[in-house]
Ligand binder design. Structure first.
Ligand SMILES: NC(=O)c1ccc[n+]([C@@H]2O[C@H](COP(=O)([O-])OP(=O)(O)OC[C@H]3O[C@@H](n4cnc5c(N)ncnc54)[C@H](OP(=O)(O)O)[C@@H]3O)[C@@H](O)[C@H]2O)c1
Length: 344
């Protein structure tokens, strides 16, 4: 058996905690999958005082200075200092795995130039979409990608369809731990726009600046709109969609859309996510699964860790690296009247 693959994790919150538990509790199964043990050698948190953890607790700077590590997992979130930590690790020759959609959307291409960067957990958690776009479908031509990429707003819209007001549905999502104290990333659609930017870069091989994607959140969805839609056989979903044509023009936006009640996307409930990919040769593909939650996100991080331990190329990172010197594509909005794809 090969020598252990030595990793350290920055962040022991929802995702980092679930990952650390898997690495300890499922060690035998993970060793079989990776062909070698994956050894958790350290964990960095913001507040290490008085904490118990399954590996030595350190500050991030101490952890990054450890020379024996093969990989760093970044599950702390935010742009800085996560970006600096990831650059430091890549420049020191380590592989990096991150779940950070905000960072990958904004800085993925230049970061990926520094070394192997893996980010399967950054979009739709356990749905294996990142390497599917970058590797499995690498030789295909993808014309469109669309989906429900934010479980929090999907839950809020479902509660509103059941008669709750926006304020009550948001308050309930907060009580259930689905919405943050500041819900803007979800309800104003920053989160699904970042995820759509990542997916569109991989699908269309063009650099996308997430701030170029027009966002319409769910704050202004009213009970009358939901009821009108229902009477006509539609449900309202927050849909993130991007298309390209032969000329390379890109249209994308995130906005509430009327979805036919019998379409698969209409039946995506609660905090689930779904992604429909329209590829010229593979055809119409539909992926559905838990888009958030500690175990689902940790499952995607672990998949990346196992690929790293097996020396499987970081296809998605390599693809982003090829876009680093390209100017961001102009992204036109799809607009509210764009036809909803029948297959989705
Ligand atoms: N939660 C999900 O379902 C989910 C799904 C997919 C992707 N993600 C992504 O995964 C990442 C982590 O999310 P999460 O929900 O696990 O976050 P979280 O529960 O807030 O945990 C963040 C962790 O990072 C640590 N941290 C913060 N600043 C730090 C610093 N400067 N140095 C070292 N550690 C630091 C915190 O330390 P303390 O514990 O000491 O405060 C905490 O342990 C985010 O990028 C998120 O977007 C989350």
């Amino acid at each position: 058996m090969r020598a252990p693959f030595r990793v350290a994790v920055i962040g022991l919150g929802n995702v980092g905690g679930a990952l650390a538990r898997r690495l300890v509790d499922d060690a035998d199964r993970i060793t079989m999958a990776a062909g070698r043990p994956i050894a958790l050698e350290g964990i960095a948190v913001a507040h290490p005082e008085g904490r118990r953890a399954p590996a030595p607790l350190l500050l991030a700077a101490q952890l990054l200075a450890q020379r024996q590590l093969d990989a760093i997992v970044e599950v702390m979130g935010g742009l800085e200092p996560a970006s600096t930590y990831i650059s430091t690790a890549l420049q020191a020759g380590r592989q990096v795995i991150t779940a950070n959609k905000q960072l990958v959307a904004a800085q993925g291409p230049p970061l990926a130039c520094l070394g192997p960067l893996r980010f399967e957990a950054s979009v739709a958690s356990a749905i294996p979409i990142i390497e599917t776009l970058a590797d499995t479908l690498a030789a295909d031509r993808i014309g469109s990608i669309m989906g429900i990429l934010n479980g929090t707003t999907n839950s809020i819209l479902a509660a509103m369809a059941g008669g709750a007001s926006y304020a009550d549905a948001l308050a309930d999502a907060r009580r259930r731990g689905l919405a943050e104290a500041d819900p803007s990333a979800d309800v104003d659609a920053h989160d699904p726009a970042a995820k759509l930017a990542i997916l569109a870069m991989l699908a269309f091989r063009r650099r996308i600046d997430p701030s170029q994607i027009v966002r319409v959140g769910i704050r202004d969805v009213g009970a009358d709109q939901i009821e009108n839609g229902r009477r006509r056989g539609f449900v309202i979903k927050l849909i993130a969609a991007a298309t390209t044509d032969d000329g390379g023009s890109i249209q994308a936006d995130v906005r509430p859309r009327l979805v036919p009640a019998d379409a698969p996307m209409a039946r995506v409930h609660g905090a689930m996510n779904a992604i429909a990919v329209d590829a010229e040769y593979a055809g119409s593909l539909l992926f559905e699964g838990p888009g958030a939650g500690p175990d689902a996100a940790a499952s995607a991080v672990l998949a990346d860790l196992i690929r790293a331990a097996k020396d499987v190329p970081a296809s998605a990172g390599s693809l982003l690296a090829t876009l680093a010197d390209a100017p961001p594509a102009t992204v036109f909005p799809l607009g509210p009247t764009a036809q909803y794809p029948a297959a989705s």
